[in-house]
Design a protein around this ligand. Sequence first.
Ligand code: FEO
Ligand code: CA
Ligand code: CA
Ligand code: CA
Length: 654
Amino acid sequence: ARAQDKTPLALAFEAIRGSHTDAVVVPEGYRAQVLIPWGTPLNARASAWQNNLAMTPEQQANSVGMHHDGMHAFPLDADSGSRRFLLALNNEYIDQDALWAPQGGPTQPDGVRPADEVRTEINAHGVTIVEIQRQDDGGWAHVVDSPYNRRITTATPVLLSGPVAGSDYVKTRYSSDGTRTRGTNNNCANGYTPWGTYLTCEENWPEVFVNTGERFSDDARLGLPTDRGRYGWETAAGDDEHDDEFARFDVTPGQGEASEDYRNEARTFGYVVEIDPYSQAVAMKRTALGRFRHEGCWPGPVRAGEPLTFYTGHDSRNEYIYKFVSAARWDPADAPEPGNEADRLAIGSKYLDEGTLYAARFDEEGRGEWLALTPDARTPSGQTLAAALGLEAGDAAGIIIHTCDAADLMGATPMDRPEWSSVDPVSGEVYFTLTNNSKRTEDGTEATFTNGGVAVDAAGVGFATAPTNAANPRANNENGHIIRWREENDNRFSWEIFVFGSDVDAADNRSGLTRDNQFASPDGLWYDDRGDGQGILWFQTDNSDNAVAEYTNDQLLAVVPAALGAGGGSGSVINADNQDQLKRFAVGPNGCEVTGIFATPDRTALFINIQHPGNWPADGDALSQDATQAASGKVRPRAATVAIWKADGGQVGL
Ligand code: FEO
Ligand code: CA
Ligand code: CA
Ligand code: CA
């Protein structure tokens, strides 16, 4: 239970107004600094950033990737981690205009792509591992040439692990035994494990592939393009040694055996990927956690002798929330000291390769149930799940390959685009952002409205429309909401809506939001657990084209859940009686999304990411600078991490 006898933390900053500037805005008394923007050299093999720098495969492979998203810090000092840590950072996708700005854009963006441009774009995706240190002036800097610095890109060899590994579903010409693939990409949000590894999640990966022939049903469900990949990577010519370097992105089936072509290549994507930030070990795709457009993967409470739990969501309209429960029970001896030589991925195999994947069904009256996606599970019509999917009995790999179909058949609840999650391990409350849904209607009939001009996804694939339900109660939910639940026995849970996004003037402002906290499209989220029932819930937005966007750029908000008291009669925990507890803490620059979040263990510095800014940061030549300074002219935009701290050295937010 929550430590109700304690006085809850009190947010001590003045909520800031919304803004539209080319700067990061923070409350009075705070400093904000740009750290490791895209293209920052990680080692001496990359030359210093310049605004007219021509990016090359080599340069990009040795510098920070593009479009920062989820991230996590791993201490390099068992005592602190508050001064020196490894930052593991997702580089979700690319802005081709910024990447190729000196030459005026990509060469033939719609034709045959030059090989080195494609190699560069591939190297701009994936994950960056970089050592970060606090400076004497309170600011932060990365360590050039740290032995830990490395990149994992869409070209880096990766191992498959768990039920899909070695199955016929993933045999390709590159890996005839179905145990390996190349790369991870469109790494959106993240997670971490109690044994000191990073989890990076493959979200919009279908779009870099193309299939001009007969698609697998899972290709169609996940929106794999049928005419051209997102960047046309498949059109480039590989060299003699690696003739499949780019051809692998065209997964059209050939005439021969599956292991002679790349029809199965896309089935080696769509996973949670585990990386040991402390070593150079080959990353592993943990297939037991399901295959879909994974947003992120967040650990539940960690208790000795109990199974581990990880929550993960499929960010598409009317897709599902999942949880994975490990077969192995947690042994605290499996948490190595930071930075030692332990084989962390072997520990990962113990907990992440065997277990049960569940999909969530949210019922009326705040009730819910986890539905096991196992081959022998019985669907509501009484068939085994394997039989209902047309699979061989016991085909655990097939269930994973068709995770979304399995969840359909078991009766999971279609959600309003599940994004981030975070768990308060003391209260047991699990928070989940549901960003928005333009395909939610009162009765499930085909939507005729557009939301922000987008009625179909980027690949031109329309997602099925679904009717409103108790947990997703708003038709054309353009502002999104945050839901939370508590686990109960027998795979049951109880849930409630935490807050509904809205603009202040909307008739449907169900949580009573004001000018100081109106928001829409919640996405990033982090409960800053302090181990004693105290903590701040931070959340971030990825919004556009609505009344909230007219008021402000994307933002970071904060609330102390323990200070809210019992929910009121408005239908959400935050309501007209306590809405003043939710405060806007930061606003990002024009064009950006605010995403990715953690604080140092001593809470004196908070780190966030600014993704796809339009005209920021102000001084592109500097590695670090004042993020609150706006550009005077047009700059080559660069996603970056921003460090925020209090000028007086106190805890952020308090
Ligand atoms: Fe990459 Fe669902 O955000
Ligand atoms: Ca994004
Ligand atoms: Ca997101
Ligand atoms: Ca989003």
